[in-house]
Design a protein around this ligand. Structure first.
Ligand code: EPZ
Length: 430
């Protein structure tokens, strides 16, 4: 089992390059199998979830040619199986995108019920409601979701809750349905737009992505394309917050500043400076930070995927702050770990009440999920002394070369896999 070992206290300074958006890439990879020609996808993040999904895509018979770490060519003309029960796929949430993609293309799909980070109950009723509305028969049996239709027929779908996954999944199936589909109360996240742009580049007819009404006219076939994935707004936000927590000065490059507005707004509120460029943002945080309130909301609101990182900042900001989690009910599992590093946080229902302390103190902590794991690393970078973060498997699901990028900004962090290596690091930095 690997760990991160961190000696905190160094302000992060310098420039860091952000990779492609994991959550856009997962959906785009699944959608790529809908063409019978070769699709080239660039700016792919080289992270665990992506590699697991590529394994599953290969397993069902598609040709997957990994040109390099960030580029893949996929050809879906050789798909032979409609059933995805790949051993690892259950562990990634985005496996459900193969349902929409296979159902749209072949009108038939069987996919293992998805797992993913344990951040609360994660139903997929809205996805299934959408498929049924398009005319599919959907059953759940033996841990598999099976969907089948003679024809998919365009329809009007209202989503009771704003869901990124359901919006994308329904959009994929509807892209190859007969006639026109309208999705109302659609998610507006940048990656929803990116998936729509990708499908359109393959010949789909999708309008309105990025607003709450998406209109899709089904087409019979999708064709080859070359596509570059948008930058990861959550990876970018994580580095922006790491800069703030360590009182650093970091320029985060290869981003779309518009996608970072909610993150930037909170940094300004706590007293940091944020300078925006065409495709970069610079965060400088020299003065003491102060308290604020934040509530997670669907885009363009403050992202739930930045909630733990925000709490880490507020834990060392002056005064009392509140963080309200309105998307997932179980996303405060890092609070006990952060408390062990000296934070003063009380959770009442879906609200964390945080009283800022002067500094964190290094401790041994476990990453409970992907974003919370990244947040604990940020706390370690800001802490006095040595922090060891266990279970970094979660962090590697979504952050590419996390420790290397942080080290390039002056962080003292190493990936280790034994107590001996931890001791060696401790001796080196003391
Ligand atoms: C996506 O999850 C992301 N995952 C999550 O990223 C992210 O936290 C989330 O969107 C919100 O932005 C991927 O893209 C693979 P939702 P998803 O459907 O699609 C409820 C990360 O760290 N809901 O938008 O599963 C649901 O319970 C991760 O990268 C239903 O009730 O999220 C939640 O309360 C973790 N029924 C809300 O909607 C459904 O059928 C939003 O969930 C679907 C969702």
């Amino acid at each position: 089992m690997e760990q991160y070992v961190i000696k905190g206290g160094n302000p992060l300074v310098g420039e860091v390059e952000i990779g492609g958006a994991k959550n856009a890439a997962l959906a785009i990879l699944a959608a790529s199998i809908m063409a019978d020609e070769t699709v080239t996808i660039d700016n792919l993040p080289d992270v665990r979830d992506i590699n697991v999904l590529l394994g599953a895509i290969q397993e069902i018979g598609a040709i997957v040619d990994r040109v390099d770490a960030h580029t893949v060519k996929i050809n879906g003309s050789t798909i032979s199986a409609m059933s995805v029960d790949y051993e690892y796929i259950k562990k990634i949430r985005a496996s459900y995108y193969l349902l929409g993609a296979l159902l749209g293309k072949y009108k038939r799909a069987e996919v293992a019920l998805p797992g993913g980070c344990d951040i609360g109950s994660r139903p997929i009723d809205l996805h299934l409601k959408g498929f049924r509305a398009l005319g599919a028969k959907v059953d759940i049996q033996h841990g598999l979701i099976a969907a089948e239709a003679e024809h998919l027929k365009g329809t009007h779908i209202y989503l009771d809750k704003v869901s990124v996954g359901a919006t994308i999944n329904i959009m994929m199936a509807a892209a190859m349905a007969d006639g026109k589909t309208i999705i109302e109360n659609a998610a507006k996240e940048p990656h929803v737009v990116d998936v729509a742009n990708f499908l359109n580049s393959m010949g789909a007819a999708i309008r309105g992505a990025g607003t709450d009404v998406i209109r899709i006219v089904g087409v019979e076939k999708l064709h080859k394309t070359e596509y570059s994935i948008i930058p990861d707004q959550i990876e970018a936000g994580t580095f922006m917050f790491a800069a703030a927590a360590t009182r650093g000065d970091v320029t985060v490059k290869n981003v779309i500043p518009k996608h970072l507005e909610a993150t930037t707004a909170k940094l300004l509120e706590v007293g940091c400076e944020v300078e925006e460029f065409d495709d970069a943002v610079r965060v400088v945080c020299a003065k003491p930070m102060h308290h604020t309130q934040v509530t997670t909301l669907p885009y363009p609101g403050f992202p739930t995927d930045m909630q733990p990182q925000m709490a880490v900042i507020l834990g060392i900001a002056q005064g009392t702050s509140t963080v309200t989690e309105s998307i997932f009910e179980n996303r405060f599992k890092y609070v006990d770990e952060l408390t062990r590093m000296g934070a003063t946080i009380k959770v009442e229902s879906n609200i964390a009440i945080i009283t800022g302390v002067e500094r964190y103190t290094g401790a041994r902590v476990s990453a409970p999920d992907l974003r919370a794991g990244a947040a604990l690393v940020i706390a370690g970078l800001a802490a006095e002394g040595i922090t060891i973060v266990d279970d970094i498997y979660y962090i590697e699901r979504g952050y590419e070369h996390f420790e290397e990028k942080l080290a390039s900004l002056g962080a003292q962090i190493e990936k280790v896999s034994s107590e001996k290596e931890i001791q060696k690091f401790t001796l080196k930095v003391s």
